[in-house]
Design a protein around this ligand. Structure first.
Ligand code: MTE
Ligand code: MO
Length: 575
């Protein structure tokens, strides 16, 4: 059937090439959100109030602590618990590995946090419920969702300054994720090596509290700091108890929690975890992930302040030069250039990413793409119940607006046909009636948009396995290319590439029903894909044709899909 072959492959010509850099004139125009607000019941409170409030608490804390120190019982308490344990010390100093890992850690942390905030700006709302119904968020830096018009998740994304986010422009989550995930991997490797070295070297004894007395001692330190009579700083030998508890929590509490709550946001992982994935669903994980980030920012601010006000020269001598010396400048001689590296990296991350977006995408893919791909092996098997269906399901993407599509829609898609061809034994054109007569499968599943929102819906349609059985991909076929009836945001057909393994999964569906009704135009009529271990953008809407190929590098800009080409996403996105 040469004619049929042509009909499918001819879609290639409707794809557009994409720039390897971001051209701001072609990008989503900037849109500033609001100040960050937290919701208490029906009231929204501006978090800027935290600044004067925090300052007031600090003042009151100082006054209270100074009064406390006048009380004999408190003086006795301070004498009994000086602020550190008095057990003998074996591990002095800061070895080279520790100082180096400390620096790598801080260098990566800045990039991770900046890219993380950029990711958040793509859906600047946090929720405790999985439905993400507008108005139910507990935190936002965006205005309420406008009523009376279609408001997609992309419409909702906001601009943040380029010095804060990477790369600072609106809806740049694709690039921010390469930064975030690549630095994450390096950070995890650094952290794992740190754990190992701690225990190999014996330095763990400095970091891990081993007696309950650490708690009264920590209270003692807090009173001493707050009353502005600082305890003696002898971190060369041992940390004071408050310091020890804080470092301990940061290394063994906050860091693992950041990793876990990061992973739990991935469709392939959360969909694999059954009840655990339902209780700690994506929005819970995302909210906790945000708290951990806030904790890290708070920790960095306090830590830096303490480094500066408790004797900068001595502190950097210890932590950067590894010498117990309160006078010389060996520490500063390393600290200042090290900070210069941080500042330079900070300054160039955003402009570099805008100028060399494709390179950032490819580098990110090289560093972390293989690991993300591995997550596809988790079998998504979670089902929700009818009662879990979200009352609101965010729409997303660029709507179809061709005459061809509108004519089909006017006719309730009676004239619609799905073309399936390429490397298959039986290329076919299925009429809508034929498709609906095929075996039907229903599933209630959660949708994970890359931007951060989620939603549960019941989908009904044809298992993709059935289509595979009918058309029989040849042994050369490795990928299924889906072509949409709609264009993408910058023009040219929206398309997306999936690995054949994912297409054979029992939950992969060509859906023509959503929540028991025909899929609406907004959500992908007449046919849209459900692939439950991938992020939302891979669930292509308004499908016109499926083409089986051995390779996709000749399609569009060769990245495996429209958003992959134009927004620098990865084509395997189970996380
Ligand atoms: N053809 C096409 N399909 C698309 C998109 C698009 O822009 N064009 N957007 C994707 C994105 S980013 C998401 S999150 C989902 C949204 O599906 P929904 O509108 O049903 O929520 O559709 C995906 N499929
Ligand atoms: Mo999305």
């Amino acid at each position: 059937m040469p004619l049929l072959e042509e009909k499918v492959t001819h879609f290639e010509t409707k794809l557009t090439h994409a720039d390897d850099r971001i051209r701001l004139s072609h990008w989503l125009p900037p849109q500033w959100g609001g100040m960050p607000h937290i919701r208490f019941g029906k009231r929204w409170i501006n978090i800027c109030w935290l600044l004067p409030l925090g300052f007031l608490c600090l003042l009151i804390g100082i006054a209270v602590a100074q009064e406390l120190r006048q009380i004999p019982a408190v003086q006795a308490f301070l004498a009994r618990y000086p602020g550190h344990l008095t057990s003998p010390v074996k591990w002095y100093g800061f070895p080279t590995w520790l100082r180096l890992m400390h620096f790598f850690n801080l260098f990566l942390m800045f990039l991770i946090i900046r890219a993380g905030i950029q990711i958040l700006a793509d859906h600047p709302r946090l929720y405790w419920n999985v439905n993400c119904t507008p108005g139910t968020e507990w935190f936002r830096f965006q205005h309420p969702v406008p009523a009376g018009r279609i408001w997609t998740a992309k419409d909702d994304s906001v601009t943040i300054p380029g010095w804060l986010g990477i790369p600072g422009i609106r809806h740049s989550i694709g690039l921010a994720r390469w930064w975030h995930f690549s630095c994450d991997l390096l950070w995890v490797i650094n952290g794992a090596a740190f754990y190992v070295m701690l225990f190999v070297s014996g330095q763990w004894a400095k970091l891990i509290p081993r007696s309950w007395e650490v708690f009264p001692n920590a209270v003692s330190v807090a009173i001493q700091y707050a009353s502005l009579q600082f305890p003696s700083n002898d971190s060369w030998v041992r940390f004071n108890s408050l310091q020890q508890l804080t470092y301990f929590f940061t290394v063994f509490g906050a860091a693992p929690l950041a990793i876990l709550t990061g992973l739990m946001q991935a469709p392939a992982i959360a969909n694999h975890l059954g009840w655990l994935g339902r209780v700690f669903h994506r929005q819970v994980a995302r909210s906790i992930h945000f708290f951990v980030m806030s904790y890290f920012v708070f920790f960095i601010l306090v830590h830096l302040t303490m480094v500066f006000i408790t004797g900068l020269v001595g502190n950097v001598n210890k932590m950067f030069a590894g010498v117990n010396d309160n006078g010389g400048y060996a520490g500063l001689a390393i600290f200042l250039p090290a900070m210069a590296i941080v500042v330079i990296a900070w300054a160039i991350a955003t402009p570099f990413t805008i100028r060399h977006a494709r390179l950032v995408q490819k580098t990110g893919h090289f560093i972390i793409g293989w690991l993300k791909g591995l997550v596809e092996w988790f079998d998504p098997n979670r089902h929700y119940t009818q009662a879990d269906i979200s009352p609101h399901f965010w729409p997303n993407g660029t709507m179809p607006n061709s005459e061809e599509y509108n004519a089909l829609a006017r006719d309730n898609f009676a004239g619609y046909a799905l073309r399936v061809g390429g490397l298959v034994a039986n290329p076919q054109v299925f009429s809508f009636a034929e498709l609906k007569a095929m075996p039907k499968q229903e599933q209630i599943t959660e949708h994970f948009c890359i931007q951060g929102w989620s939603g549960v819906a019941k989908w009904g349609g044809i298992p993709m396995r059935h289509i595979l059985d009918l058309v029989k991909p040849t042994p050369q076929a490795r990928y299924a290319v889906f072509y949409s009836l709609a264009e993408g945001g910058e023009g040219g057909r929206y398309y997306d590439v999936h690995r054949l393994e994912n297409m054979a999964h029992h939950l992969t569906l060509l859906a023509y029903e959503m929540n028991g009704e025909p899929v609406s135009v907004l959500h992908g009529a007449p046919l849209r894909l459900r692939c439950e271990n991938e992020l939302g953008f891979k669930n292509i809407k308004w499908i016109e044709a499926i083409d089986f190929v051995a390779d996709f590098s000749h399609l569009g800009a060769g990245q495996g899909g429209y958003n992959e080409d134009h927004e620098f996403y990865g084509y395997r996105m189970p996380i």
